[in-house]
Design a protein around this ligand. Structure first.
Ligand code: AMP
Length: 417
């Protein structure tokens, strides 16, 4: 049992080579696309007052009721590990004053939900998300959806599908929920246990339930776009028209609502066929939240990085940063010489490495191969005596002499050629 303590907690993972290189590629690609759209990175703390999440996510959502890692800190304060990114971003923006109303920020990092771990569902997982602030406007929503699609395409996921819907404005939410509650109450016995409860606590959540018995009933209900006001319907049509104008691909899913209380108007979800049961890759929507007396509205999305990598099915390279040169040292004097040369080359900007301890030639060449070094500089007693080192091209096996007097310059010239 003692050794269990030295494992990560259930549903949490260490991320290291070779997969870490895929993570870095995803992040780097995302940064490029997000900067293109003029978004700025925001890093909020991972631990926040529990209130931040209770207020913005709504206390009846599953995330808040069942999934938050919330506890009391040593000072008796209720705190929680963030289960998603939007609440912390809103907490930060509420301190900005008028600038908050037009902010465009993105975040990337770990989120925590105490769910039952399974394929594609972790307790610590990672999201890349954006928040584009501004009062409801179909163009802002459509721009955010296009960013979502462009990000997926840049990751190589053109085969992901965007499902779109509207929830209408907040003013009509209670009425629409009432209509669904009435229709579902007639068939309450056929719903799953969770949904029997949800009918009373958060009826829209029933529409998102993945259980087959609930799905069949939900399919028989009218779609949300048919229940919203004429103005709200026009808003949704305008979002679709913007997307059509640039030939963006999407499918309207009239009964998809996404469970969080703060959503209004446009909502969407991205699915991917490679994901199986947990097929949601990303989700987004327009929201309005109250944070300490400040009203904030915006539109945003979050994409799960674990599921993005699953959908890519190993299509990203797992090789690490390039290695230009491996310095091979035979004997103490060669180690000392290479120690200084290696530093000089690194300062000059080359990617290079060496064994700091004495090793056999074979072991050192194996190390050079393992990191994919393009060249190896081989140095032993006789090379030090003659003042000429051997530079080996690892791709074609050719060798050439290098004057040790000006080794850094000579090596640099060849490696950079
Ligand atoms: P949500 O914040 O629930 O809308 O989730 C947005 C995205 O985050 C989902 O589409 C998933 O890709 C990812 N995600 C959410 N929960 C988990 C989890 N427990 N494990 C892995 N990825 C998750």
């Amino acid at each position: 049992m003692a050794s269990e303590r030295y494992q990560p907690l259930q549903g949490m993972s260490d991320l290291f080579a070779p997969e870490i290189h895929q993570w870095q590629t995803l992040e780097q690609t995302a940064r490029e696309v997000l900067h293109r759209y003029q978004f700025t990175e925001l890093r909020t703390p991972i631990l926040e007052y529990e209130e931040v999440f209770l207020h913005s996510l709504g206390s009846t959502t599953d995330i808040v009721q069942k999934e938050m890692f919330a506890f009391e800190d040593r000072g008796g304060r209720r705190v929680a590990l963030r289960p998603e990114g939007t609440a912390g971003v809103m907490r930060f923006l509420s301190s900005l004053g008028p600038d908050a109303q037009t902010a465009r920020v993105f975040y990337m990092g770990p989120m925590f939900r105490s769910e039952r771990p399974q394929a594609g569902r972790k307790r610590q997982f990672h999201q890349i998300g954006v928040e584009s602030m501004g009062a409801p406007d179909p163009r802002l929503d459509a721009e955010c959806i296009l960013l979502q699609l462009d990000l997926l395409a840049a990751w190589g996921l053109d085969d992901a599908a965007l499902q779109l819907n509207t929830r209408g404005s907040k003013a009509r939410h209670a009425e629409i929920a009432g209509q669904y509650r009435e229709a579902l109450s007639e068939r309450i016995d056929e719903l799953c246990d969770d949904c029997k409860r949800r009918i009373h606590t958060n009826v829209l959540r029933v529409l998102d339930c993945k259980q087959s018995e609930c799905r069949a009933i939900v399919e028989s209900l009218p779609g949300v776009p048919d229940l919203v006001s004429t103005e709200d319907r026009a808003y949704f049509d305008a979002v679709c028209a913007c997307l059509d104008r640039v030939s963006a691909k999407y499918t309207v899913q009239p009964r998809m609502v996404r469970g969080l209380d703060y959503y209004e108007h446009t909502v969407w979800e991205v699915t991917h066929p490679a994901l199986g049961a947990q097929d949601a890759l990303a989700g987004g929507g327009r929201y309005a939240v109250q944070m300490g007396g400040t009203g904030l509205s915006g539109v945003g999305f979050a994409a799960g990085m674990e599921r993005t990598l699953m959908a890519l099915e190993g299509r990203l390279s797992t090789s690490g940063p390039a290695c230009d040169l491996w310095l091979v040292s035979l004997g103490e004097a060669a180690l000392d010489f290479n120690f200084a040369l290696c530093r000089e080359l690194r300062v000059a900007g080359l990617h290079c490495g060496m064994s700091m301890v004495a090793r056999s030639m074979k072991a050192q060449m194996r190390a050079a191969n393992r990191v994919g070094a393009r060249f190896a500089l081989i140095l032993g007693e006789s090379e030090l005596e003659s003042g000429q080192g051997q530079l080996k091209n690892m791709e074609d096996g050719s060798q050439q002499d290098i004057p040790l007097e000006a080794a850094a310059q000579a090596v640099g010239r060849i490696v950079r050629a």
